[in-house]
Design a protein around this ligand. Structure first.
Ligand code: PEP
Length: 248
């Protein structure tokens, strides 16, 4: 399987610059099986999906509500994302866990809702700096994996150490390899053969310049990219680095 590179635009993207960025990524993405995903803010999903139609770049949401519809002011459901062209949805990003008090149980319910709507969930896990300093990174991540994934999960994991997001700091290659190996072991334990195939993305300060050294780490199945996904040339450089390795 080719490595997957997912851009998380977060709360960035008015209509004109979002369209320009999507067009630039589509133009540079080339041919082949779809291995790139852009996750714009909700307001831009339909427009970006229209621009990316027929390209190797898919569209995703950044969150969804666990219910398909109902009295939830301001929320967006998984069927709504699917309806406007999304194929993926990021769930349990650390910014949502921190700013919206999302816990593993809620992330799990959202993953169920996403799959029911035909979306591929990308479930994020990762330790804070304090948890790492206290030597608790591995149990924290193991517990997030156990608590955030439904029994019939068939999506994607993203390991994103919270302290590496937007900081310009990345873990050492051995630390990423160790955490990805731990996640893989938990996935195999929980899902058997299916757990062997689930991509595990790395996220946290991935740029064009360091992408190759991250993509070559064992069990890294691609990247979840924040800041660098807002610059087409950077995102495409990361995609090129990902494509230079054989599938995991
Ligand atoms: C993220 O927020 O998922 C992320 C990885 O951000 P950045 O690439 O900016 O560190």
């Amino acid at each position: 399987m080719r490595r997957l590179v997912v851009g998380n635009w977060k709360m960035n993207g008015l209509s004109a610059p979002a369209a320009e960025l999507a067009r630039a990524v589509a133009a540079g993405a080339g041919d082949g099986p779809p291995d790139l995903v852009l996750c714009p803010p909700f307001t831009q999903i339909a427009a970006v999906a229209a621009i990316l139609a027929g390209s190797t770049v898919a569209v995703g949401g950044q969150d969804c509500h666990p219910e398909p519809a109902g009295p939830h002011t301001g929320d967006i459901s998984a069927p709504m994302l699917r309806d406007v062209g999304a194929r993926y949805v990021i769930l349990g990003h650390s910014e949502r866990r921190a700013a919206h008090a999302e816990n593993d149980g809620l992330v799990r319910m959202k993953a169920i809702a996403a799959a029911r709507a035909g979306l591929i969930p990308i479930v994020c896990v990762g330790e804070t700096e304090a948890e790492r300093d206290e030597g608790r990174a591995e149990p924290v991540v193991a517990s997030q994996v156990a608590g955030s994934l439904p029994e019939d999960f068939a999506g994607i994991l993203a390991y994103e150490p919270v302290w590496a997001i937007g900081s310009g700091r990345t873990p050492k290659a051995g630390e990423i390899a160790g955490m990805h190996a731990l996640i893989r072991a938990r996935l195999v334990q929980a899902f058997g053969a299916g757990g062997k195939e689930m991509p595990i993305l790395y996220g946290g300060s991935v740029k064009g310049a360091n992408a190759a050294s991250i993509m070559e780490i064992p069990e890294v199945g691609g990247g979840l990219i924040g800041g660098a996904s807002l610059v087409a040339a950077e995102f495409l450089a990361i995609a090129a680095a990902a494509r230079s390795f054989p599938g995991t």
